[in-house]
Design a protein around this ligand. Structure first.
Ligand code: ZN
Length: 99
């Protein structure tokens, strides 16, 4: 089990966290203007990269706050964590924050 560094609490066991899907998915400005196909794309379609991927996580068994993390989907390694509202940091595969 790996440690995940909550931006407020510090490193905690992965079991304390809840995965919340892709980060930076903006809610449509005018949902009523979308076609059914566009709405379905917003609700169901997410990126599936091979490499760094920005995700939402909640420290559900701790401070219960949401934050974002960049995880390498090939290795499951966390490359960066940052608070909601902060821009996604540039990462490289050597920037792993938890080993
Ligand atoms: Zn926390």
């Amino acid at each position: 089990m790996q440690l995940i560094p909550c931006p407020w609490c510090g490193p905690r066991e992965e079991a304390e966290f809840h995965y919340g899907g892709q980060a930076h998915v903006a809610y449509p400005e005018d949902p009523r203007a979308l076609t059914d196909q566009e709405w379905a794309r917003f609700v169901f379609f997410r990126d599936n990269p091979c490499g760094p991927f920005a995700e939402r996580w909640s420290h559900s068994a701790g401070c219960r706050r949401w934050f974002n993390a960049v995880r390498d989907t090939r290795t499951y390694e966390l490359l960066s964590v940052y608070r909601v509202g902060e821009p996604m940091p540039e990462v490289s595969e050597r920037d792993e924050v938890v080993s």
